[in-house]
Design a protein around this ligand. Structure first.
Ligand code: E4P
Length: 214
């Protein structure tokens, strides 16, 4: 499973990329607004660190989104254009497929939407599991449905588990065979942690100190 960081913070991307486990980054207008930095500059800095950076269009009509898609894709070969799951968005996904522009179809909340995004040629599709959980349903149940459907066909579209809120979302995504999981920085920092690793290392250090004293 590829691991992406869900952020618009370049320092956080550099920090996690240094672990050697980071495959990409997803940004969205909310995350970009939170950092308050120039969008293009942020995307370009991230492209220097990882091979896949999702940059979301902000127009809502197909023609406006197509213009932005061409512009963003021209910034760097690591840019993946993020397009919302709307009928206008479907037109943009098909256009981008023809132009050889990689896309990430965002705001996916149903299997029907996932199938349409794949048929229109999205490179990646992003079901938002946390927001489904927030609404009182099971986000991971949708991932299970999509992965089951994917097992019947040869869709090239990768399933990216988005809107993750905790480490269990990440481990469940791996168990279900999702292709990608995007993870907020705070959750990413928890992934390498285990209490038995800490106590085990502490004991090794203390025992080694005894050897040194002999
Ligand atoms: C990623 O591509 C999404 O934009 C992101 O995971 C949304 O997460 P949120 O529901 O926490 O805003």
């Amino acid at each position: 499973m590829k691991l992406f960081l869900d952020t618009a913070n370049v320092d956080h991307v550099a920090e996690v990329a240094a672990w050697g486990v980071l495959d990409g980054v997803t940004t969205n207008p909310t995350l970009v607004a939170k950092e308050g930095k120039d969008f293009k500059e942020t995307v370009l800095k991230m492209c220097a660190l990882v091979p896949c950076v999702s940059a979301q269009v902000t127009a809502t009509d197909a023609e406006g989104m197509k213009k932005q898609a061409v512009e963003y894709a021209g910034w760097h070969k690591h840019v993946v254009v993020k397009v919302p799951m709307t009928t206008e968005g479907l037109k943009v996904l098909a256009f981008c497929r023809q132009k050889g522009i990689r896309t990430n179809c965002t705001l996916v909340f149903s299997l029907a939407q996932a199938v349409l995004a794949a048929k229109a040629g999205a490179s990646i599709l992003s079901p938002f599991v946390g927001r489904i959980d927030d609404a009182g349903e099971s986000g991971m149940a949708l991932i299970a449905e999509i992965m089951q459907a994917w097992s019947h066909y040869k869709f090239a579209t990768e399933v990216l588990v988005a809107s993750t809120r905790h480490t269990e979302h990440v481990t469940e995504a791996a168990k279900l065979g999702a292709h990608i999981c995007t993870i907020p920085y705070e959750v990413f920092l928890k992934l390498p942690k285990h209490q038995l690793t800490d106590t085990g290392l502490d004991r090794f250090q203390k025992d080694w100190e005894k050897v040194q004293k002999n």
